[in-house]
Design a protein around this ligand. Structure first.
Ligand SMILES: *Cc1c(COP(=O)(O)O)cnc(C)c1O
Length: 315
């Protein structure tokens, strides 16, 4: 896979928007001009949810699934964007169209907003605030590293926030556990981090789900994780390839016995993991099953049945 191409940056859209744009209160603006108030509960209490849909070669990939998940997240947190699902899709379309970006990372966000009653501590008094923004496509694992396989560190000093405290199925900004883990991983010379739950089972990493491949079996954790759309795509591709797919508890010891390990994310699709702590997989190079799944992920992203084309002449 290639990185964001330079002609994309030079492509259509009014100048100033190609490096990033935001939609706020009905207006598209350069991302640097967008801001939220200092006392927005999204900022002071992480009282906010978001979702991220990829744009690949000029189309949203599986847009309906991302927007549905976003609305489920908002319902769970009792947030009201003041827009319908179809309104949100229109906003995202118009936003990306205005930038001219053919490969993009597109975020939709609803924060609790600012309290409208002075001194009130009641979340019902906040005016919820929906906004969206997009930037050129982001790779959670750098493409050069994804090509050769990533080294992942298992966090020792922090576990994943328990699902009984913050529901991981609601995409959120409670990244204290991930950020602490990322510092630990970088100190250990690894690319990224994997967090365990309190019982030593695998959960997920900062922005990705993890899979074990062993014999003919593809396994990913079912509890304590965000149910990623890429995770779903990988499970569907796995079934198509004739693998046995399982979503269940995955102890770290079992993950370490895998033939291959991969991670899934909307920021890069599928990336091979060739090393976890000191353990190497498939002799330290990307495994064959992983590479097949990765190839098919991008084939799906280019397939009309999963694409919502962007009309770049709309703006
Ligand atoms: C976004 C995210 C993922 C990956 O989900 P996708 O829908 O595949 O992008 C996994 N874990 C966490 C914590 C995330 O925020």
């Amino acid at each position: 896979m290639t990185t964001v191409s330079s002609d994309q940056q030079a492509g259509g859209g009014p100048s100033g928007l190609q490096s990033g744009a935001a939609w706020m209160r009905g207006r598209v603006m350069p991302i640097a001009e967008a801001s939220i108030p200092l006392n927005d509960w999204g900022l002071i209490h992480s009282d906010i949810t978001y979702d991220v849909v990829p744009v690949w070669e000029g189309a949203f990939f599986r847009l309906g699934l991302y927007v549905e998940r976003f609305f489920r997240s908002m319902e769970s947190l009792r947030l009201d964007p003041g827009l319908s699902e179809s309104d949100v899709k229109t906003v995202l379309h118009d936003l990306v169209s205005a930038t001219g970006l053919k490969r993009a990372y597109v975020a939709m966000v609803t924060s609790r907003g600012v309290n409208t009653v002075p001194g009130s501590r009641d979340p019902r008094d906040c005016r919820n605030h929906f906004f969206a923004w997009c930037v050129p496509y982001i790779h959670v694992i750098r493409p050069d590293i994804a090509a050769s396989g990533a080294a992942v560190h298992v966090a020792r000093t922090v576990t994943r926030i328990p699902a009984s405290s913050v529901d991981p199925r609601v995409k959120n900004y409670h990244w204290g556990d991930f950020t602490k883990g990322l510092f630990e991983a970088k100190d250990a010379g690894a690319e990224t981090v994997l967090l365990l739950d309190g019982e030593g089972n695998v959960t997920e990493g900062p922005g990705f789900n993890v899979f074990s491949i062993k014999d003919n079996c593809l396994v990913t954790p079912d509890d304590g994780v965000l149910e990623g759309i890429s995770r779903r795509t990988v499970l569907e591709i796995g079934a198509e390839l004739g693998l046995v797919t399982q979503t269940r508890t995955l102890p770290l010891e079992e993950l370490l016995q895998s033939d291959e390990v991969l991670i899934s994310t909307s920021g890069g699709g599928v990336a091979p993991v060739t090393k976890i702590d000191d353990r190497l997989f498939s002799n330290g190079s990307p495994g064959e099953v992983t590479l097949t799944i990765r190839e098919r992920y991008f084939a799906w992203a280019n397939s009309p049945q999963y694409r919502t084309e962007i009309d770049y002449r709309a703006e």
